[in-house]
Design a protein around this ligand. Structure first.
Ligand code: LMR
Length: 396
């Protein structure tokens, strides 16, 4: 049966991770996969996570099943973390939250819910978007199309082109939006632009599907959640896919959630009933350990510590952005890398071609995806000069 299967190329991001691990050169720099790293190049377990984990282990009395919707305390806490305490959609009983195996699981759940409700719906994703959005969403059977997003001349959002494209979509089209820290470009919308997106969505009767995977790593917990808070306050329906991988550093534990906003409480219950049925058919139940940790942190005094640690991570990324832009400007005076400072979150597009990316990898042991996306958090104060000099040599 399997003799006709071709050997597939590795995943563009995870393949890079494996190639980096196999490289034995001591100068190697990993700007590939989007994980936070400290000055020692490690991805540490956050102190708040360690403390909550100890607490979970000490107090857990059973390993029996939880439920397809996951940990109820986690779901409630994540709803409030993303939408903010006292959000009208929460107090109005129109939001349901389902724990998912990571942000990926949440995206797939959302896509499957859309497919159940409107099998012919088309999902529009930004061009470019995170590579894994494509298999995650289209795997549900939905058709994917693109809308323009990035302006390579400015390193910002091609806002007019984006709005022009969205303004001709048929009603009930789905628009996948990155709440903040756009992956892969780091180019985000401003608050006023989000308000314009809201009016357009309302006017054209579109469904926003918001991906929030970096809350707290861009401008702050509230700032990074501006879009889902606004859209869920003003619109009848929305979906929000949440990841706790980066802001809690829980990558391998697979912790995420899907928020679904409906027009009424009864419709919200119906959506929830579909979500638990979909979850049961896909993986039965999400893993509990990471969600139990997040629930402990958000529901205890550990929250303050977690917020402090998160703020330090955010501050480090911002400092690295400034330092990288300065170092690149010094060795490549004919190129403008100022966009690195203006962009937010873990990623920036360097804006160099595929051959230069390959030379960086093969000759200088600097790893980034082919589109020249760099994980800013993979830089270190001690290797920024090496990185900048390598870029200068690779672009010639
Ligand atoms: C990334 O974009 O590098 C991260 O979100 C990790 C992944 O799974 O691709």
């Amino acid at each position: 049966m399997f003799e006709h299967l071709d050997l597939l190329a590795p995943d563009p991001i995870l393949g890079l991770m494996a190639a980096f691990r196999a490289d034995s050169d001591p100068r190697k720099v990993d700007l590939g996969v989007g994980v936070y790293r400290d000055e020692g190049g490690e991805t540490p377990v956050m102190q708040a996570v360690r403390a909550a984990e100890r607490d979970v282990l000490e107090h857990q009395t059973t390993k029996t099943y939880v439920a397809p919707a996951g940990n109820a305390a986690f779901n409630e806490a994540v709803g409030r973390l993303v939408l903010g305490e006292g959000h009208a959609a929460l107090s109005g009983g129109r939001v349901r939250v389902v724990q998912a195996p990571g942000g990926c699981g949440a995206l797939r759940l959302g896509a499957e819910l859309i497919r159940a409700a409107a099998p012919n719906a088309v999902v529009y994703v930004s061009s470019p978007t995170w590579a894994n959005h494509v298999p995650l969403l289209s795997g549900s059977g939905l058709v994917l199309e693109r809308y323009p997003y990035f302006d390579s001349a400015t390193g910002g959002v091609a806002f007019d082109a984006m709005m022009g494209a969205l303004d001709v979509l048929p009603p009930r089209s789905v628009v996948l939006l990155h709440a903040s820290c756009h992956n892969p470009t780091g180019a985000d919308l401003g608050e006023d632009q989000w308000r314009q997106v809201l009016s357009l969505i309302r006017r054209r009767g579109l469904l926003p599907f918001v991906d929030i995977a970096y809350q707290g790593l861009g401008g702050g917990l509230a700032e990074d959640a501006f879009a889902p808070r606004l859209l869920c306050a003003e619109l009848p329906e929305a979906l929000v896919a949440v990841s706790c991988s980066k802001n809690f550093g829980l990558y391998r534990e697979r912790v995420g959630a899907l928020l679904s906003l409906s027009q009424t409480g009864a419709q919200a219950d119906a959506a929830l009933s579909h979500l638990v049925r979909i979850a049961r058919g896909l993986y039965s139940m999400p893993p509990d350990h990471g969600a139990a940790i997040v629930a402990r942190i958000l529901g205890s005094g550990l929250r303050e510590q977690w917020e402090r640690e998160l703020a330090a991570m955010r501050g480090r990324i911002l400092a690295l952005r400034a330092e990288a832009a300065r170092a690149l400007a010094a060795v490549c005076p004919h190129r403008d890398f100022g966009h690195i400072v203006r962009q937010r979150g873990m990623f920036s597009y360097l804006g160099i071609d595929k051959d230069a990316v390959r030379r960086l990898r093969e000759q200088h042991h600097v790893y980034m995806t082919d589109d020249s996306r760099i994980n800013i958090a993979g830089l270190r104060h001690e290797n920024i000069a090496y990185f900048a000099a390598a870029v200068a040599k690779a672009i010639g």
